[in-house]
Design a protein around this ligand. Structure first.
Ligand SMILES: Cc1cc2nc3c(=O)[nH]c(=O)nc-3n(C[C@H](O)[C@H](O)[C@H](O)COP(=O)(O)OP(=O)(O)OC[C@H]3O[C@@H](n4cnc5c(N)ncnc54)[C@H](O)[C@@H]3O)c2cc1C
Ligand SMILES: *[C@@H]1O[C@H](CO)[C@@H](O)[C@H](O)[C@H]1NC(C)=O
Ligand SMILES: *[C@@H]1O[C@H](CO)[C@@H](O)[C@H](O)[C@H]1NC(C)=O
Ligand SMILES: *[C@@H]1O[C@H](CO)[C@@H](O)[C@H](O)[C@H]1NC(C)=O
Ligand SMILES: *[C@@H]1O[C@H](CO)[C@@H](O)[C@H](O)[C@H]1NC(C)=O
Ligand SMILES: *[C@@H]1O[C@H](CO)[C@@H](O)[C@H](O)[C@H]1NC(C)=O
Ligand SMILES: *[C@@H]1O[C@H](CO)[C@@H](O)[C@H](O)[C@H]1NC(C)=O
Ligand SMILES: *[C@@H]1O[C@H](CO)[C@@H](O)[C@H](O)[C@H]1NC(C)=O
Length: 526
């Protein structure tokens, strides 16, 4: 972090007392002086702060936000971006923001689907607390654990584990640039989920800054808060500084394949059949599928990660899913870390360094929502999904199998409730290239979501908090939704765990300082 690229606290105190940021907000003449004084006194150090009229503000904001849907000139922007250098500076930001009525949104990897880590329409001046400087990863192979700071990405974690050991891994998401801060606090599924569960199922300690600016660990936060931040979304409870995770064992060689089918090659009947098979396969095999359109051509792909060699995989496929016709030539043996690149469609043969890249692929505006499925979707509905995929340019619908370890963990073990009985997860996404296509694509997604209702989980219809969707119910921009209002989306994300999350929230943050449109409400009578 170079202080020449940012305005330091020192410079701010020297050069200004009142700052007007009318271009960026409706609140004119925000009194920054007392806030900056507080930061200085509390942290005893210079905290890098970016104001909207500095050239580095724009570039720092653009590089942190992943969904360009929220980077239009009209979108709300932070009054301040603060990038603390160490834990005591994070404590100061929390203490002073609370005292001087600034609103804080924490950003680790910036992948929030509704942009809630870098946009806010509230009246209070809005601080984007960018944890970008918190990316250290300490691997302890002897004890099979690691401490990972919040803004480290999944790719950086996978890269660092692989550097230390060819037989260890971590069961987290498929997107290497995703930040562990948001991801693990919302659950975190990936290709090792059937064998080892979610990322959040494999957390053994955490460091968090609470609403009083205190740093807590597993022991000092108590078992309720430690439960809540592993799948309940940490944005409701505090600022996660780092996670201690349990590494898992994998063989030195894994096998992958991708086979792609057109409509004529039976894409839809195969996808239909897949629903009966994928969640019952051995835990060592994750067979995902996705339906997408590339260059105007729709296709269904079947993508596998097998924790073993190709001989055994061929045997399993021949026994369980012979219709797919997997051949030896389809199988590629590689290291697990290469497979993390393979699954994100990045080159896996050469250098692994693209895992370290926070921005490895082009970013398009997107809308994405989720569903869980308990019984197979009829072929006619899959046909209709295929038909609808022709109506937009870049649809991408992925089917992610559960079963295995996922069915063994109880629904209340952590806040993520979608376990036994949910045979797979659907990730619906639509991307677009022209800003003008935004309304059309969002409407397309809403219509598809409505169409799917009869075929997916019901009462409540399940949803995944890491696929944040502000269409799931009524939202209040300052997190002031009543218990009943919040319950509408709350039970979709958390089912029976929602009430316990409300209890924890009411205890640890009764003033509702940590809030966004979908944070857990404070409610006295629960
Ligand atoms: C390309 C892509 C691929 C993805 N792949 C997967 C996948 O395979 N599996 C999966 O499960 N999900 C996946 N996701 C979803 C992803 O897990 C969520 O978007 C996740 O919340 C992102 O975390 P983040 O830190 O990158 O995002 P951020 O936008 O920084 O944070 C997300 C939310 O968490 C809060 N938050 C962030 N950091 C902290 C912190 N340190 N303390 C407290 N609150 C915090 C934010 O305020 C915000 O509300 C993917 C998303 C994208 C865009
Ligand atoms: C930013 O704006 C403030 C007040 O509007 C002003 O004092 C300061 O000099 C500006 N900084 C730059 C780099 O223009
Ligand atoms: C600005 O905020 C005031 C209330 O503080 C509100 O009445 C007004 O409509 C807002 N203006 C705009 C342009 O949003
Ligand atoms: C935090 O970082 C600042 C700036 O580098 C430094 O002055 C301060 O001493 C650090 N605080 C701690 C507790 O390490
Ligand atoms: C930042 O971007 C906004 C709009 O995108 C522009 O109006 C503003 O002038 C830019 N600021 C600087 C300092 O470059
Ligand atoms: C799709 O089209 C783009 C150009 O629009 C081209 O670069 C790319 O190679 C094409 N991909 C395939 C799989 O044909
Ligand atoms: C698949 O299994 C059948 C018997 O179930 C066997 O006859 C056949 O040889 C197997 N094919 C392969 C490629 O293993
Ligand atoms: C990877 O390397 C193998 C040989 O080692 C080669 O057959 C294959 O085509 C390569 N794949 C890619 C995507 O570069």
């Amino acid at each position: 972090m170079s202080t020449t690229s940012s305005i330091t606290l020192f410079q701010i105190l020297v050069c200004m007392f009142f700052v007007t940021t009318s271009a960026y907000s409706n609140s004119s003449n925000i009194h920054y002086e007392a806030f900056f004084n507080c930061l200085s006194k509390t942290s005893h150090s210079h905290i890098p702060i970016y104001l909207p009229n500095t050239s580095s503000y724009n570039s720092t904001l653009i590089s942190s936000m992943v969904n360009p849907r929220f980077s239009t000139p009209k979108a709300s922007k932070p009054h301040l971006i603060i990038k603390p250098l160490n834990e005591s500076q994070v404590q100061a930001v929390v203490i002073c923001s609370r005292k001087h009525k600034f609103q804080v949104r924490t950003l680790s990897g910036g992948h929030d689907y509704e942009g809630l880590s870098y946009t806010s329409n509230q009246k209070l001046p809005f601080v984007m607390l960018d944890l970008i400087n918190f990316h250290s990863i300490k691997i302890d192979i002897k004890h099979e654990t690691a401490w990972v700071q919040a803004a480290a990405t999944l790719g950086q974690l996978y890269y660092n584990i692989a550097k230390k050991s060819p037989v260890h891994a971590f069961p987290a998401g498929l997107g290497p640039p995703v930040g562990v801060g948001g991801h693990i606090s919302g659950g975190g599924y990936g290709a090792l989920m059937r064998k080892y569960g979610l990322a959040a199922d494999n957390v053994i300690d955490a460091r968090i800054v609470d609403v009083n600016g205190k740093i807590l660990n597993r022991k000092s936060m108590g078992k309720d808060l430690f439960w809540a931040i592993r799948g309940g979304g940490a944005a409701s409870f505090g600022v996660v500084l780092s996670w201690k995770i349990k590494l898992v064992r994998i063989p030195p060689t894994v096998t992958v394949f991708t086979v792609t089918k057109s409509f004529e090659q039976g894409a839809i009947p195969l996808l239909h059949k897949w629903q009966y098979i994928a969640h019952k396969l051995p835990k060592e095999l994750a067979l995902l599928t996705w339906l997408r359109k590339l260059n105007s051509t729709r296709e269904v792909s079947f993508i596998a990660l097998f924790l073993g060699k190709s001989n055994q995989l061929l045997q399993i496929m021949n026994e369980s899913f012979p219709e797919l016709g997997i051949k030896r030539e389809d199988c590629i043996e590689m290291k697990w870390v290469q497979a993390t690149l393979y699954f994100f469609q990045l080159p896996y043969n050469g250098s692994l360094s693209s895992l370290l890249d926070r921005n490895p692929t082009r970013r398009y505006p997107f809308k994405s929502v989720s569903d869980y499925v308990t019984k197979p979707i009829p072929e006619s509905a899959l046909q209709e999904m295929w038909r609808r995929a022709s109506e937009v340019d870049l649809p991408y619908i992925a089917f992610i199998p559960h079963g295995g370890r996922m069915s063994e963990i109880s629904e209340s073990e952590i806040p993520y409730p979608h376990r036994e009985g949910k045979s797979f997860f659907i990730s619906y996404e639509v991307d677009w290239i022209k800003e003008g296509d935004s309304t059309k694509n969002i409407e397309w997604m809403r219509s598809l979501y409505k169409y799917m209702a009869p075929y997916v989980s019901k009462n409540p219809r399940g949803a995944y908090i890491n696929y944040r969707d502000l269409d799931l119910g009524q939202n209040r921009i300052d997190g002031s939704a009543s218990y009943e209002e919040a319950k509408v989306w709350g039970v979709k994300y958390f089912n029976g765990n929602f009430d316990r999350l409300v209890k924890v929230k009411s205890k640890v943050d009764p003033s509702n300082f940590f809030n966004n449109e979908q944070t857990i409400p404070v409610h006295a009578h629960i």
